[in-house]
Design a protein around this ligand. Sequence first.
Ligand code: AMP
Length: 188
Amino acid sequence: MKNLVLFGPPGAGKGTQSDKLKEKYGFVHISTGDLFRYHKEHQTELGKRVKEYIDNGMLVPDQVTIDMLQEEVNKNPEATGFLFDGFPRTVPQAEALDAFMQSLGSAIHHIIALDVTEEEVRTRIEKRRAISQRIDDEAETVNRRINEYYAKTIHVLPYYEAQGRLARVQGIGEVEVIFSALCNILDA
Ligand code: AMP
């Protein structure tokens, strides 16, 4: 089983690349953002608890997020590999993910960051906003999501880097070029 964390700011292209990676390698794709939106739309207990955070572009508390992620992994005992997208977003989440994978007798084998500048991220999200139905794509909220990334999530990079586990891929350019760079790392 090979497990991958695909890391990057909002608008880095994680969703696009995750779809392609899933198709090629058969990963079970776990996007915590998609899961939270599902719960919110279906007004589950969890959905009601996290609605305010999501609608305001703030990170959901770690333990709530970790519990949801573990539940999702446990639902897929047949998986040959997981692709984590949008998780971990804090160092405690990263630590919890390592401990959890270890408890399953597994590990995170690849951590790949899509390198995109803050300027590019803001431009892309501005374009996406024009066609988006997402309430958290409104201008002020998008700002908050980007700010949350640079305040909290970016610290996950040195956490993995210090352990020599981080690979970086240029996230600006053709989708196919970025995809083959990702595949090169996974196939190495
Ligand atoms: P995303 O679709 O990944 O941009 O996530 C949408 C929203 O879900 C974020 O703005 C957060 O409110 C919440 N969220 C998603 N993943 C996480 C996470 N790993 N930790 C905390 N909050 C999260």
